[in-house]
Design a protein around this ligand. Sequence first.
Ligand code: MN
Ligand code: MN
Length: 293
Amino acid sequence: METEIREKYRTAGRILAEVLAEAGPRVELGASLLDVANFVEGSIRSKGAKPAFPCNISLDRNAAHYTPSPNDTARFGENMVKLDVGVHVDGYIADSAITVDLSGHDKLVEASRSALQAALEIIGPGTDTAQIGKVIEEAITGYGYKPVYNLTGHGLSRYLAHDEPAVPNRAMEKGTVLKEGDVIAIEPFATNGSGRISEAQNCEIYGLSAMRPVRLPAARTLLKEISEEYKTLPFARRWLQAERAEYALMQLLRSGSVHKYPVLWEVEGALVSQAEHTVIVSDKGCEVITRSI
Ligand code: MN
Ligand code: MN
């Protein structure tokens, strides 16, 4: 990897670690989800970077992809809160998540955290992602819980928040062998439920699929805003500036220009915890770029 690119990843990771450290204590009983999301995204920008995707604040059974709506009034109760944040510098992305537990389920939080730690310890050139899945599953089942089987970690590349390879959270027959310079996000999810997630109805996050022709001027304006501002990175409905953005967004969905990232929730309604770091595979092991030093 070129030094210049590595430095951009490191900057993104350092900023992300700072922002998560500042945001974590703001997740408290009675605080507004929208305030926390605005704080996170504003703080990323004030440090000279950009959000790589909307601040995800997923509660309890929601494993991922909840972000506040434009006028969201939700406040934290006794919830298990996953704060999942992405930062990019010139398209080079760092992705990291913590669980702030207001629900009194320390062990479930500890399960995903220690699974992440176990995975980080074995990553280096030549490590098979199947092996990473195995240590994650073993760590979580060791606590008496299940990993979320159908959510994975992933590769990261320029302006692509989810690239190959998938990094499983369970033992697999065969995976992908990692090599020096690979950038991957490891994100174990632990649950006291069945270990399966599915798509919920709620959706506040979208992404560009293709630049399809659209007739409506408002839709064309919005498509321009999205493609210039976010490129292929996910964006929030509450970020949209264009006039008649709601209506235009519906047109872009219909034309196939934009796709949805619906909330992903545990099928039985059980609690889910998450821990995530981004690493660059190095000559001997890996460099965790999202850890505060
Ligand atoms: Mn993430
Ligand atoms: Mn991720």
